[in-house]
Design a protein around this ligand. Structure first.
Ligand code: GAL
Length: 756
């Protein structure tokens, strides 16, 4: 049987490396840290991108639990940026290059009875031989052991992975799992016992098939068997099954693995994308996995919560993991929510030397093998984002991908036209909708696919970026700029819905992100998101959010402060309301100025935004504030009133999760917004907050912060004490009369996590 332990706790860290310490590290000068960890916490912005570039040392003491000494011990790192060397008891074990892929090391032979010392030299400098480095890239990779660490104890033959292969015929699947074995002992004749359980835990199928383990690596594919009457996975009903695979040697369990998967078909055609045979227009956003202060180093719950934001708040159906392999927790959540994933290897505009290419090919293998069972992933993006053609390199990339997975198409993201199409789908970053010269919308919103591909026939095609650097917007930018960004997104999504020669369009991007000085707004932040770094919305977010069926959720998001002096001519127009209401009515100057209907400019969208651009008033008329009313099915459904005397009244505080685990470090987001007496945001209020926690919790980042655009977020993390407790977070708006807000979080140990 396999025994899995979490090794996230109690590492010792030093932001420097001295080769003489490998054999016998003296822990003076080290800090005790927990994983996920970043080598350097940064300020919110205006840091130097060099601050996380270093060689650092991580030390962990390890004693093998009684009864497990005879087992194979395999150390597993889910993500270490960007290269590490592993030493056990002073002996070199292995090196891993690449900050986004899972890596494993068999440390059995290096272990001794009693205490062992694991030493990791982590190099987070930007090494040109490791993708995505080589050119100054438009994002930061930070540094450190930023994803989970595990220790697996297995039999001599260890199941590295199971690629749960199947072929669907209606609701029946012919399954033929591939068991990827790593056998440190002699070859043996074995069997694999497979049990498939439905979401309620009921056994759907159970069978045993021959699975011989050669010495070393082998990947027996189990004999085909049919499983009937399955519930398919789709975006509306993301039904998942769990699968247990036991490797048997002479009837005894040698190793076992559990995985989760879903049954569905994906098909990319020139005229569109098909999920289970049904055409589905893809509407999505690109995602970077970085957060304020700690970069990538947030626990899986927080990484996963981005999927909730994308699916349940922004209501998109697709995400692109730009530009690297994203975490298991995030992908698992995409499976659970029915959010389709365009999964991509690391890289950004640069193809390096042979070493670099080798790592890129390994990234493809790692991506496909480790992510294979996620039903949410519908395509493999196997080129370096926006790189030049290199037919030899990319032909091999494509062969690697196809040899590992014949069930999903391949693609690669281009910014060049007439690129050689080696993969199955042409992916293009289309920024044609805006001209830099006259700073205006172009009539042409998205380029016709054949004008991009240069081919004489149509191919499966997808837009993988638009907007982005063309129109960056800060959360504290004025209404006009915010509105324009929203309109750019609406124009492109409107064109996306109207066209019949593309599977869909994925916009740049979901969240603002930290970057090099070459790309940010002078403060190391790229303000390209429809949400800010704290995942709080800009107006552009509402364009996506409002596209949901009103029967599921009525959305009403006026993109305005309805404050006259915010705009030209002291008039509150033009403004836009993103809503799935049928129409709106606007009252200003104490009277109705009419009804406004979904804009014909965006008529291909399910719920076009509503534009308000008439104002019969004079700039010096008495202003009484106003009201915007949303009507649905002939009745008033929602209204928002704006005061002409908006003043600071309160602080609205939310917390995403009221229950956290404290076996290891867990985290959730807190948001705080200053609001007026009617609950409307006050984006120009420059308040200061203090955020304090009980001693069993901790704020990630500073405890005293100035708001950004009248609001701010932060993440609260648990301290690993492993007992049921209550934690509190107290938020105070300094220099105001606003009463402090006290929020409680229940902290509980998680019995499924065993720490060593
Ligand atoms: C693209 C690139 C993205 C991001 C974006 C900004 O060219 O692929 O990573 O930099 O531009 O709009």
């Amino acid at each position: 049987m396999r025994e899995k332990f979490c090794l996230n706790l109690d590492w010792y860290f030093k932001p420097s490396f001295d080769v003489s310490e490998i054999a016998a590290p003296c822990l003076d000068g080290y800090r005790r840290v927990q994983i996920p960890h970043t080598v350097k916490e940064l300020s919110y912005n205006c840091f130097s991108h060099e601050e996380t570039a270093m060689q650092s040392s991580y030390v962990r003491k390890l004693t093998v639990p009684a009864g497990l000494q005879g087992k194979r011990a395999i150390l597993e790192f889910m993500g270490v940026m960007a290269r590490y060397e592993l030493y056990v008891n002073g002996q070199f074990v292995t090196e891993h290059r690449g900050g986004y892929s899972r890596s494993r090391a068999d440390i059995t032979q290096y272990l001794q009875p009693g205490e062992n010392i694991l030493f990791l030299m982590v190099d987070s400098t930007e090494d040109n031989e490791i993708p995505p480095f080589g050119k100054t890239i438009d994002y930061l990779c930070f540094g450190g052991i930023y994803r989970d660490v595990n220790l697996l104890f297995t039999g001599q033959a260890c199941i590295e992975d199971v690629m749960f292969r199947y072929q669907l015929d209606g609701s029946n699947a012919e399954i033929y799992p591939e068991i990827r074995l790593n056998n440190a002992g002699e070859a043996f004749t074995g069997e694999a016992a497979v049990t498939i359980r439905d979401a309620g835990g009921g056994t759907v199928a159970s069978y045993t098939a021959k699975a011989d383990a050669a010495a070393g690596f082998s990947n027996p594919v189990l004999e085909k068997t049919v499983v009937e009457n399955l519930t398919l996975w789709d975006t509306e009903n993301p039904y998942l099954y769990s699968v247990q695979v036991d490797l048997l040697r002479g009837g005894a369990v040698e190793d076992s693995i559990e995985l989760r998967t879903g049954f569905r078909t994906v098909l990319c055609k020139p005229e569109g994308f098909y999920l289970n045979g049904q055409k589905l227009k893809l509407v999505g956003l690109d995602r970077h996995q970085s957060y304020p202060y700690v970069g990538y180093a947030l626990p899986e719950r927080s990484q996963a919560f981005d999927a909730d934001v994308l699916k349940n708040y922004l209501h998109v159906n697709t995400v692109r993991t730009s530009h690297y392999l994203q975490s298991e927790g995030f992908l698992a959540r995409c499976d659970e929510l029915g959010l389709l994933v365009f999964s991509e290897i690391p890289g950004w505009g640069y193809i390096g030397n042979e070493k670099f290419k080798e790592i890129s090919h390994q990234d493809i293998r790692d991506m496909i093998v480790t992510q294979y069972n996620h039903p949410s992933i519908f395509i493999w993006s196997i080129r370096i984002n926006e790189s030049a053609d290199d037919d030899e390199f990319y032909t091999k990339s494509n062969e690697i991908a196809h040899s590992l997975d014949s069930s999903r198409p391949t693609t690669g993201v281009r910014c060049i036209k007439n690129s050689h199409l080696i993969e199955d789908v042409y992916a293009f970053n289309d920024f044609t909708h805006w001209t830099r010269e006259v700073k205006h919308y172009r009539e042409l919103v998205l380029t016709n696919q054949q004008a991009v591909t240069g081919l004489d026939h149509k191919v499966p095609y997808i837009v993988t970026e638009y907007c982005g650097h063309i129109y960056p917007v800060k959360p504290f930018d004025g209404e006009e700029r915010q509105l324009r960004q929203a309109q750019v997104h609406a124009r492109v999504q409107n064109a996306n819905q109207a066209r019949s020669d593309a599977m869909g369009a994925i916009g740049w991007c979901a969240f603002d992100y930290q970057t090099h000085g070459d790309y940010g707004a002078g403060d190391k932040i790229c303000y390209h998101g429809v949400m800010d770094l704290f995942r709080m919305p800009k107006y552009a977010a509402y364009v996506y959010r409002s596209q949901i069926d009103p029967e599921k959720e009525l959305v009403f998001e006026p993109c305005t402060l309805l404050a006259r002096g915010e705009n030209d001519d002291n008039k509150p127009i033009p403004f836009m309301v993103c809503t799935n209401c049928d129409y709106i009515e606007v009252e200003v100057y104490g009277k109705s100025i009419g009804r406004f209907f979904p804009s014909l400019v965006y008529s291909s969208m399910a719920h076009p935004p509503i534009m308000v651009d008439t104002d019969p008033g004079h700039w010096s008329d008495i202003w009484k504030g106003g009201t915007i009313i949303g009507f649905y099915q002939g009745r008033e459904a929602v209204r928002r009133t704006y005061s002409c005397d908006a003043h600071l009244d309160d602080l609205a505080v939310t917390i995403d999760h009221r229950e956290l685990c404290n076996t290891v470090v867990d985290a959730t987001r807190l948001t705080a917004r200053f609001v007026d007496q009617l609950g409307n945001p006050l984006p120009y209020y420059n308040g200061i907050l203090s955020i304090e926690t009980s001693s069993n919790l901790e704020v990630i980042g500073p405890n005293t912060v100035a708001v950004v655009g009248g609001r701010i977020g932060c993440w609260i993390k648990t301290k690993p004490v492993c007992r049921a407790e209550t934690g509190t977070v107290t938020v105070r708006a300094l220099n105001t009369d606003i009463p402090e807000k006290v929020l409680t979080i229940q902290l509980r140990p998680d019995e499924n996590i065993r720490c060593l």
